[in-house]
Design a protein around this ligand. Structure first.
Ligand code: NAP
Length: 281
């Protein structure tokens, strides 16, 4: 049952950078829903207590962001398969006495990818994933769930890539970071899940000339919107999928749970967030 005037939150530390309020408030306005979506800055040492109090304050649920996505797993009563596979929760709702957690990052990534590259088929595909952090886990989990055949995980800290292999099994191959330009032959999908290439971070040094022409290239970084990787890929004729598309699509399931309406990712919403990114970076 949807409350008359539901309230949802996004909790993180820090939280000022979050674009979630902009997205959810746009949808609330668009669909004339009398609801609220608020930012909550909660430090890690206060998180457990403060998180559970949010229900008493009348919230029906919300988004969990860095650095609480893994910690919150211990505080929820139920998680779905995706959250358990990824090992992190980014969306929760309060249901009676229970706190239910899910992770919509993989959904957001795949939905955006399919919108940008409708010809791309996940089943039996070969992917190269750069990075082995939280975002990589979401990407790997959804690709495996949709029957990708092989995923090469290439990370600076090779032990973290090996942890992923242990967790996700034999369809994962591990490669050393230094080999990233040499493993692209036969790849259907290249995904950057590292923070490299983001404004304020080092460049992602990558030569994609041996990537097959049919390969799709995705970058989870959305600031800048067109990263150097995506720019090079577009110039080489590859279909590309940017990080903003993932950010917008991952917000859809949460809005539907809290506010009872499945929202649309429109050009107008995208434009709004692009303008905000340009003004705030
Ligand atoms: P994370 O858990 O901290 O992982 C960061 C990853 O980047 C690790 O694999 C790390 O390698 C790698 N890395 C960092 N600095 C590096 C360097 N100098 N050289 C090589 N590799 C380096 O972060 P995350 O949560 O996975 O997020 C990663 C990126 O995805 C961020 O930019 C985030 O904003 C973005 N993201 C976007 C969306 C979206 O909706 N578009 C969603 C989630 C995340 P090591 O293991 O060696 O440290």
């Amino acid at each position: 049952m949807t409350l008359k005037s539901p309230k949802a939150f996004v909790v993180g530390w820090p939280i000022d950078h979050s674009r979630s309020p902009l997205i959810h408030r746009y949808w609330l306005k668009t669909y004339h829903i009398k609801g609220e979506y608020k930012k909550k800055a909660i430090a890690p040492d206060k998180f457990a207590k403060a998180f559970l109090k949010l229900r008493d304050k009348g919230y029906c649920g919300g988004n969990i962001t860095i650095p609480h996505k893994v910690r919150v797993m211990d505080l929820v009563d139920e998680t779905d398969v995706m959250a358990r596979k990824i090992g992190a929760v980014n969306t929760i709702h309060f249901s009676g006495d229970k706190v239910i957690g899910t992770n919509t990052d993989g959904y957001g990534f795949l939905t955006n990818l399919q919108n940008c590259a409708p010809h791309w088929i996940c089943r039996n595909s070969h992917a190269v994933v750069l990075g082995a952090g939280g975002a990589a886990r979401a990407v790997v989990a959804i690709l495996l769930a949709r029957d990708a055949q092989k995923i090469i995980v290439c990370n600076r800290t090779v032990e973290k890539a090996m942890d992923l292999q242990k967790h996700f099994g034999s369809r994962i191959e591990v490669q050393h970071w230094e080999k990233r330009n040499e493993i692209l032959a036969g790849t259907d999908l290249l995904v950057n899940t590292t923070s490299l290439g983001m404004i304020g971070k080092p460049r992602l040094e990558m030569d994609i000339n041996s990537l097959p022409a049919k390969a799709v290239v995705a970058d989870l970084v959305y600031s800048p919107l067109e990263t150097r990787l995506l720019h090079a890929a577009r110039k080489n004729g590859h279909t590309i999928a940017d990080g903003l598309g993932m950010l917008l699509h991952q917000a859809v399931p949460g809005f539907e749970i809290w506010f009872g309406k499945r929202p649309e990712v429109t050009d107008e919403l995208r434009k709004l967030v692009v303008e905000d990114l340009e003004n705030r970076t």
